[in-house]
Design a protein around this ligand. Structure first.
Ligand code: HEC
Ligand SMILES: [Cu+2]
Length: 340
């Protein structure tokens, strides 16, 4: 391969690393620690790269073969000074990175007094959130207040997953039978993108979520409204039919507050009408996507753990969509929040 291309590729890698470092920097204190670390790693990588590539270039140019130069160049082996420095320099670099990492980890993992507790359960291939203080459940879109540290208590119901909201927090594994913690804080309102960061099955890449950060007063209103929420009675004949279908076909797995539907195998659909996304952040919450999802979830998300309903007619699907869209808290529209 030609050397120019290799250099361009290496340059591009550095550019990506640098851009990532810039992108990850937010005011969130826990994330700033991670970003600082990344900066140090980048500095050392540049220094090492410049040293190694420089020595290589120097040697190639300085000792290149010249016309008439047929003799064997000086041959020697072992050089204690070179060998000791090649051992010591990396050792020092690794030690410095170790100390910086250990410091950052201690800071990130320190429990925060007065943190807002959230219980997170990861499942193939979606996320369940419970707010124990408030006694409410949210699925796939976690709502938090701005300016208050959040302590996410993670576990998994099946395999190992990893909780990651790049603009708010580093990754933490969610492990079946164990509890791990991820602490973070949003400093501005927004719609933050979250991902599963541990390969967990065929739809690992489709296991996303959102963190909706609201100003404290709006958050307080939201939580009060959600606590008091009971699904509204369907207002049209079609929505009523949708409700009946829902109770017979879907309620075993899904919860809708204020109705007999109390299933927990699937996401809580109590306020699906307020949600920005469907299928754990994978598609926008539109009527078209909702109907496509109910008809056959695997068309949107391979290996999704919800059965397809090929026997439902178009009229049934429209009725179900009417019902699900009617499940909403009035006065809360999160669609205009900036996205991070
Ligand atoms: C056997 C259990 C089961 C049944 C029955 C079931 N679902 Fe689901 N449903 C799930 C699971 C599990 C998911 C999450 C899939 C994923 O995102 O990976 C889900 C996801 C959903 C979602 C997306 C929710 C979100 O948070 O993004 C909707 C909407 C939905 N189901 C509607 C329905 C409707 C309507 C019916 C009845 C026609 C139904 N479900 C029947 C298990 C079920
Ligand atoms: Cu996962």
């Amino acid at each position: 391969m030609n050397g120019g291309r290799i250099l361009v590729a290496i340059g591009a890698l550095f550019a990506v690393a640098l851009a990532h470092n810039v992108a990850i920097v937010t005011d969130a204190p826990q994330n700033r620690e991670v970003a600082n670390l990344l900066g140090w790693v980048l500095v050392f990588s540049v220094v090492i790269f410049a040293g190694v590539a420089g020595a290589l270039l120097y040697t190639i140019v300085r000792y290149r073969r010249r016309p008439g130069d047929d003799a064997l160049p000086p041959q020697f082996r072992e050089n204690a000074r070179v060998e000791i420095s090649l051992t010591l320099i990396p050792l020092v670099i690794v030690l410095v990175l170790f100390v910086l990492t250990a410091q950052a980890l201690v800071k990130i993992n320190r429990p925060i007094a007065g943190a807002h507790g959230v219980e997170v359960t990861a499942r193939q291939f979606w996320w369940d959130f419970r707010l124990p203080e408030e006694g409410v459940r949210l699925s796939n879109e976690l709502v938090i207040p701005v300016g208050r540290p959040v302590e996410a208590k993670l576990t998994s119901a099946d395999v190992i997953h990893s909780f990651w909201v790049p603009s708010l927090a580093g990754k933490t594994d969610a492990i079946p039978g164990q509890t791990t913690y991820n602490r973070f804080m949003a400093t501005k309102p927004g719609n933050y993108y979250g991902y599963c960061a541990e390969l967990c099955g065929p739809s690992h890449a489709n296991m996303r979520f959102r963190v909706i950060a609201l100003e404290p007063d709006q958050y307080a209103r939201f939580v009060e409204a959600l606590k008091a929420y009971r699904a509204p009675e369907p207002k049209t004949e079609r929505a009523r039919r949708g409700q009946q279908l829902f109770m017979t076909r879907c309620a075993a797995c899904h919860t809708v507050k204020g109705t007999p539907a109390a299933g927990v195998l699937g996401p809580d659909l109590s306020i699906l009408g307020n949600r920005l996304t469907l299928a754990s952040g994978v598609v926008e919450n539109t009527r078209e996507n909702l109907i496509a999802w109910i008809k056959d979830p695997t068309q949107i998300k391979p290996a999704a753990q919800m059965p397809a309903f090929p026997d439902l007619t178009d009229a049934d699907l429209e009725a179900l969509a009417d019902y699900l869209e009617s499940l909403r808290l009035e006065g809360f529209d999160f669609s205009a929040l900036p996205r991070f």
